[in-house]
Design a binder for this molecule. Structure first.
Ligand code: G6P
Ligand code: MN
Length: 450
């Protein structure tokens, strides 16, 4: 079976290919990498070739800058693009920080700007997928993943499923802290992408989360508990996704990001420019250079916020665990095989799974997956303070999609103004003007109509 990766020249593609080389769960014998940059495709091609060396029958790799050609006969499509590249990401961060707001890849105004320029591109890709590979399963990693999955659903319906590695990481940490096998716990996790809570963890028929919340020593083993503090997670009665830090401790997060020498986007841009330039000069060093850059990237993940909250270093288990490539491959295997259904936390159409959110909204909840597709499990009602937050953020996401689809600057303004991390309409106006000045893709939004 053929797997096509959109954004195939991206830095994380070797993670996916490495997981394919290790695992036998997915019957993929060919990987097609599509990207707008031939140079990045060449660099990643070198890394993959060196990764495959010594493996018996590694999946073939083909690269292409022609979208239709890349999509033809794909059984699976991974969408992992970054519209505007890491330079775009730094603009997303800096413009918001200049307004004294959170500057982050997916949360807050940065995520709206990123969504505004990404929705149209991913919709055009979805149209080509529907035309050329209508039977393919599309696994969306492209951020902001919940919003982009929701937009792509307009074209692809249930064939597109969004993924993230943060819920499964949280569950793994919680299980490890209790000395339990993470594959044997059933999570009660609910929310939107990068905005959810683990409210229960069933092991052997019993909810063991209260045990964890009551145990200060065990909580120290969970990075999220170190970030938010034992007292706060205990009073929530839940473990928040790490991205909730930006909502619950906005001031501290902004101060930590402003105080750091570089934003996350700037640090990654520096690391990756060096990587691609080195590989261009010396292709034989591609794999070594990729590994070094990856270690640097992983060790510094959320470093400012962890330092700001004195949450300490990342756990070794987290550095070694399969990240989002593990989620993607597990999903691919579950969709591809005819056997017993699997439960995974995915980004799918709500339907009635989360009471209080629109049926068409994409939510991040446990789902049952088999060869027929993905079905969300019903969740317990959310308390008002959780529900209110996800309703408001979902409204901002839906306004962003609508603004991007219609090209309406007026709707874009409403998207910024609706977001709980934007504190006034005039700030929202500044954001829109500044993003339009810095990001060419947004300058094409129509002028405000009224
Ligand atoms: C996690 C999230 C992704 C996000 C990434 C950022 O993996 O689930 O959605 O893009 O972190 O990591 P980075 O190294 O790019 O800051
Ligand atoms: Mn994610």
């Amino acid at each position: 079976m053929r797997l096509t990766i959109l954004g195939g020249g991206g830095f994380r593609v070797p993670l996916v290919y490495g997981a394919l080389l290790r695992g036998t769960s997915a019957p993929i014998d060919e990987v097609v990498l599509y990207d707008v940059s031939a140079e990045r495709l060449t660099a990643v091609g070198h890394v993959l070739e060196q990764l495959a060396a010594g493996h018996r029958r590694p999946p073939r790799v083909r690269v292409s800058t022609d979208l239709d050609e890349a999509l033809r006969d794909a059984a699976f499509v991974f969408s992992a693009i970054r519209v505007g590249g890491l330079r775009g990401r730094t603009a997303d961060e800096r413009v918001a920080l200049q307004q004294g707001l959170l500057g982050q890849e997916t949360v807050g105004p940065g995520g709206i700007a990123y969504g505004l320029r990404t929705v149209p591109v991913t919709l055009r890709m979805a149209v080509r997928i529907a035309a050329v590979a209508p039977r393919a399963w599309v696994i969306n990693f492209t951020n902001p993943a919940g919003m982009i999955t929701e937009a792509m659903r307009r074209v692809l319906g249930d064939r597109v499923i969004g993924i993230c590695d943060s819920p499964v990481g949280l569950i793994r940490r919680a299980a490890h802290a209790l000395g339990l096998d993470p594959t044997r716990v059933a999570p009660d996790y609910v929310g939107l992408n990068h905005l959810g809570w683990l409210r229960g963890l069933t092991y052997d028929g019993r909810d063991v989360l209260p045990d964890l919340l009551a145990d200060d020593t065990a909580l120290k083993g969970v990075e999220e508990a170190r970030l938010f503090g034992a007292a706060w997670v205990r009073s929530l009665g839940a473990l928040p996704n790490e991205y909730l830090y930006y909502y619950d401790f906005t001031r501290e997060a902004v101060a930590a990001i402003v105080g750091a020498a570089e934003t996350r986007g700037e640090a990654l841009l520096r690391q990756q420019e060096r990587f691609y330039a080195t590989v261009r000069r010396e292709p034989s060093r591609a794999l070594g250079e990729w590994r070094r850059t990856r270690r640097e990237r992983d060790a510094s993940y959320m470093a400012e916020t962890r330092d700001g909250a004195r949450a300490g270093e990342r756990d070794q288990a987290d550095l070694e665990a399969d990240g989002y490539e593990g989620v993607a491959l597990a999903l691919m295997a579950a969709l591809g095989r005819g056997g017993a259904p699997t439960t995974m936390i995915l980004n799918v159409r709500n339907g009635t799974a989360v009471p209080g959110l629109p049926p068409d909204a994409v939510v991040e909840v446990p789902c049952v997956v088999d060869a027929g597709g993905v079905r969300p499990l019903a969740t317990r009602p959310l308390p008002g303070r959780f529900l209110g937050l996800i309703q408001q953020v979902k409204a901002a996401e839906q306004l962003t999609i609508e603004a991007a689809v219609t090209g309406s600057a007026d709707l874009a303004l409403h998207a910024f103004a609706t977001h709980p991390l934007v504190d006034s309409v005039s700030t929202a106006r500044h954001l829109l003007d500044d993003y339009r000045a810095r990001l060419p893709a947004l300058a094409t939004l129509l002028p405000t109509r009224h």
